[in-house]
Design a protein around this ligand. Sequence first.
Ligand SMILES: Nc1ncnc2c1ncn2[C@@H]1O[C@H](COP(=O)(O)OP(=O)(O)O)[C@@H](O)[C@H]1O
Ligand SMILES: [Mg+2]
Length: 83
Amino acid sequence: MTNNPIIEVKQLYKSFGNEPALNNLDFSVEKGETFGFLGPSGAGKTTTIKILTGQLNQDSGSATVLGSNSQHFKENIYRCRNA
Ligand SMILES: Nc1ncnc2c1ncn2[C@@H]1O[C@H](COP(=O)(O)OP(=O)(O)O)[C@@H](O)[C@H]1O
Ligand SMILES: [Mg+2]
């Protein structure tokens, strides 16, 4: 079985105007890993989470969750699978 990361962020770039909020961010989170996502106010944490949850699109780079590109997430990913 392949051991793909649960979350994979590659060269993620997002700017609001001229100022980059994310400047080619890279990280990955493996299954079972406890990952601390820390940074001072304005570091880009919320921007990253919004991209990972499909609420915002990046300018370039990629973000995948369970192998799916977050740019392709539809509203139904928020629905309860048992409902
Ligand atoms: N909608 C927006 N419009 C303009 N600038 C934004 C917007 N959202 C975030 N920013 C800017 O992007 C940078 C990162 O913000 P943010 O992701 O909220 O950081 P954090 O969550 O780590 O505090 C900051 O400089 C912030 O001012
Ligand atoms: Mg925030």
